[in-house]
Design a protein around this ligand. Structure first.
Ligand code: FAD
Length: 488
């Protein structure tokens, strides 16, 4: 496969690791001493791959542009191509004369099988493939219960994962002078890949909210360490406060690694920027991310199949188109749900607490199959992640491996009052209610007419009345649950 006479080079195949710092595959390629060239392949052709959602496509396009700039800065040739991995990667290897190929491992299916097959094909052709961890703190196969089986309970998983001690130290980005530039591959213009919306261009809110790419990720981390980590354990549940890191899309595309976050939080603790409980809580969330990937590696169809087969017999309602539109568009009449769904539509992200409330509303108040919500989030979230999204939807539905019980049904009014006490979050995303006092903002239908008049709100005209009565919907959901419950 490798063309005789061509000087050998090392090929870095970037996938979900769009960074130069703490990227073991990049470090190893540079250390090989060979001239190095790099590739990103937009694979929309391999059988079984789930197409990226719209918001993720926008993010990917920006992230690739940032990576191209970063590679340029250190004189590392970088090309973007499109095609199916099974064909395009061997072709690129042949064309470039790559003697060694470096990549960061993926754990979902069919990605892992595609990689295994490719590795065999490249080996047969004489190219040496070297693969590295880099997406997670721990390889999923390295964290196993006593019986060797994957864990299904978060607490046990995280204890076992942590028993191995702190993760390795992060690797520096390669210095430009260490890189011997390999061949510059021909490729596609990133703008020509069709990743960004054109007509209509709905990405204005995303552009305002985010800076994709490695330096955007570093800045987000720095802001979080300075302003967010201290007090994180309490503020992370408050959508009205900037209490979380907003690093999720950067992690999703591998612009920053969990190893970097682990050590950065350690350093923040040592410098007195945060308390131990905040650092512990933050790491715990990274632990949930690890657990989600661990589950996805063990149960590749987690986005399609209930982990608990009991839920296979659940009688979901056939979704009512008007109700579904109201949920997606933030017009359910429940302000905290609507604020969340509008934050999602405008910025491609929603606060975790509100994700739980909005998901619970769809699944339990509207009795709609969790997979329909998962698919909407998949399309609209900039951090849409095959592991995190599926695990969390199943967590809310009660059908997951280690899930909240179905009968825990969020009351959107009480949740709003508890976690958005002054209503500022609702005011930001549901401006038609912005003049309503905090007392009524989470249940405007309970407000006296003078309060509504004074706030300029006529229910049913300026803002909808609730599309379902929560108390009645709760009873209906529990009755549906009873049908699949074991009576013993
Ligand atoms: P922080 O609080 O700063 O947490 C740091 C990191 O820990 C996050 O960036 C994320 O990588 C990880 N993390 C935090 N909470 C969770 C969690 N519950 N599960 C797994 N990892 C977590 N997260 C995604 O990254 N992608 C998704 O597609 C996604 N879908 C979700 C769907 C639903 C219904 C729910 C309830 C949650 C979902 N989450 C998802 C988890 C969580 O809401 C986001 O990770 C979090 O809001 C991201 O914001 P942050 O980076 O500021 O989080």
């Amino acid at each position: 496969m490798i063309s005789p006479g061509r000087p050998p080079c090392a090929l870095i195949w970037f996938r979900e690791d769009l960074r130069l710092t703490d990227n073991p595959a990049v470090t190893a390629a540079v250390a090989s001493g060979l001239p190095v060239t790099a590739l990103f392949l937009l694979d929309e052709q391999s059988a079984g791959l789930r197409p990226l959602g719209g918001a993720s496509r926008w993010w990917l396009s920006q992230s690739l542009k940032a990576l191209a700039r970063d590679c340029d800065r250190i004189s590392l040739p970088f090309a973007v191509r499109s095609g199916s991995a099974g064909t395009a990667i061997p072709q690129t290897v042949e064309e470039s004369g790559a003697a060694q190929v470096f990549w960061t491992r993926r754990y979902s299916e069919p990605e892992a099988s595609i990689d295994a097959e490719l590795r065999r094909a490249l080996d047969r052709g004489g190219a040496v493939v070297q693969t590295f961890g880099g997406r997670l703190l721990h390889e999923p196969s390295a964290v196993r219960s006593g019986s060797g089986a994957p864990f299904k309970v978060y607490g046990a998983f995280w204890r076992a994962a942590r028993s191995g001690g702190a993760p390795r130290a992060p690797l520096p980005a390669p210095a430009g002078q260490k890189i011997i530039a390999g061949p510059r591959l021909g490729g596609d213009e990133i703008d020509a890949l069709g990743l960004e919306p054109r007509a209509p261009d709905w990405a204005g809110g995303l552009r305002e909210a985010w800076t994709p790419g490695e330096s955007g990720a570093r800045d987000a981390l720095e802001t979080f360490l300075q302003d967010g980590l201290s007090g994180y354990s309490a503020a992370r549940d408050r959508p009205d406060l900037p209490g979380t890191s907003r690093l999720s899309p950067h992690l999703r595309f591998g612009e920053i690694s969990p190893v970097q976050l682990w050590h950065a939080s350690e350093a923040a603790l040592a410098e007195g920027l945060a308390q131990a409980r905040d650092v512990e809580k933050f790491r715990n969330e990274l632990g949930w991310r690890e657990f989600a990937h661990h589950l996805l590696a063990a149960f590749p169809d987690m986005a399609r199949r209930n982990a608990s087969s009991r839920f296979d017999g659940f009688s979901w309602r056939k979704p009512d188109a008007a109700e579904l539109d109201a949920w997606r568009g933030g017009l359910t009449g429940y302000p905290i749900v609507d604020a969340g769904m509008r934050q999602l539509w405008r910025t491609g992200w929603m606060h975790n607490r509100v994700r739980m409330i909005a998901a619970s509303f769809l699944i339990k108040d509207l009795l709609v199959d969790w997979r329909i919500g998962e698919a909407w989030f998949w399309d609209t979230l900039v951090d849409a992640d095959p592991a995190n999204n599926a695990m969390n939807w199943q967590w809310v539905a009660g059908s997951g491996a280690d899930a909240a019980p179905f009968f825990r049904i969020f009351n959107p009014v009480l949740q709003g009052r508890k976690f958005d006490p002054s209503g500022d979050y609702v005011r930001t995303y549901v401006p038609e209610l912005s003049r309503l006092p905090a007392k009524w903002i989470h249940a405007p239908w309970e407000a006296p007419s003078e309060a509504l008049d004074a706030a300029g709100v006529e229910l049913g005209r300026d803002y909808p009345r609730p599309i379902v009565d929560h108390a009645a919907a709760r009873k209906r959901a529990l009755a549906a649950l009873a049908q699949i419950s074991d009576p013993t």
